[in-house]
Each structure stands twice: as C-alpha cells, then as structure tokens.
Design a protein around this ligand. Structure first.
Ligand SMILES: [Zn+2]
Length: 144
C-alpha cells in the first residue's frame, strides 16, 4: 500500500500552496508493509502490522502494535484516518506528547508506518506469517 503526506506546501495563496503540497506528497510516497504480527491472531493475512513500530515528530511519539483480526483501529482519531488510508484494518496505538498538534501527530503516525518499509527483513528467514506489500486488493497474493 502506498501512502504519502501533505507536508511543507507553502505559498502566498491557497491554490498554489495546495498544489505544492500535493507535489511534495507525490514525491514522498512510500510503500507500507502489512502482515499479521499479532500473537493472538496469527492468521497470516495482511490485516494489521507485521511488527511493532514507533514513529516520532516533534514532541509526539506514536507506537503502533499488531492487533488481532476484527479489533479495528484502536488508535486516536488522526491516526485512525492514516491507518485507514494505509490499508491497516486492525492495530493498537499509543501516543505520547502533544497530540493536539495534529500535524505532528499525523507525521509521527506516518513515520511509524515508514518503519514497516525501512526495516530490513532477511529473505532467508522463515517467517511464521508472511509480510505483504502492494495494494489492498492484492493482499492475498503479493509477498515481500
Ligand atoms: Zn491475523
């Protein structure tokens, strides 16, 4: 699943600022890896995170944990939207710091999701549950 943020769009008027933000977002798309990292579940489907991730932005630190199928997104309202866009159906979330600063809360969540893609996973390892990349529609077929 690809995800990006609207960050750093600045201009004197609204329309060019939005255009710049969209351009920046398109240049910062990243692929998120999903899987069933939940001890309680272990179904092997791409419904949650493959492992625990931590993200930071400003004072905000976000921890996202794999959750069993059907639990839903047990996170704050801002993180909920981002997880939905990322195709993560179930997760536990914990946040520290000034989460009222919506931009930092959003960026910290984005940073946490980025950890799923920058973590190096040795292909020789036999994982008990597969890790998926790619679109939500292909959740059952694309492995990485
Ligand atoms: Zn599962």
């Amino acid at each position: 699943m690809a995800l990006s943020v609207w960050e750093g769009g600045k201009a004197k008027e609204a329309a060019p600022a939005i255009r710049k933000a969209v351009n920046n977002a398109k240049l910062n798309i990243l692929e998120i890896r999903r899987g069933c990292g939940s001890w309680e579940c272990g179904c092997g489907r791409a419904h949650t995170l493959p492992f625990l991730v931590v993200g930071k932005s400003g004072s905000v630190e976000v921890v996202l944990k794999p959750a069993p199928q059907g639990l839903g997104r047990a996170v704050g309202d801002v993180a909920k939207i981002i997880l939905r866009m990322a195709g993560i159906e179930d997760a536990w979330g914990f946040a520290k710091g000034h989460t009222k600063t919506t931009v930092n809360y959003a960026l910290a969540t984005f940073d946490a999701l980025r950890q799923t893609s920058i973590m190096k996973i040795n292909p020789a390892l036999k994982l008990s549950t597969p890790i998926y990349a790619g679109s939500v529609a292909n959740a059952g077929s694309v492995k990485s």
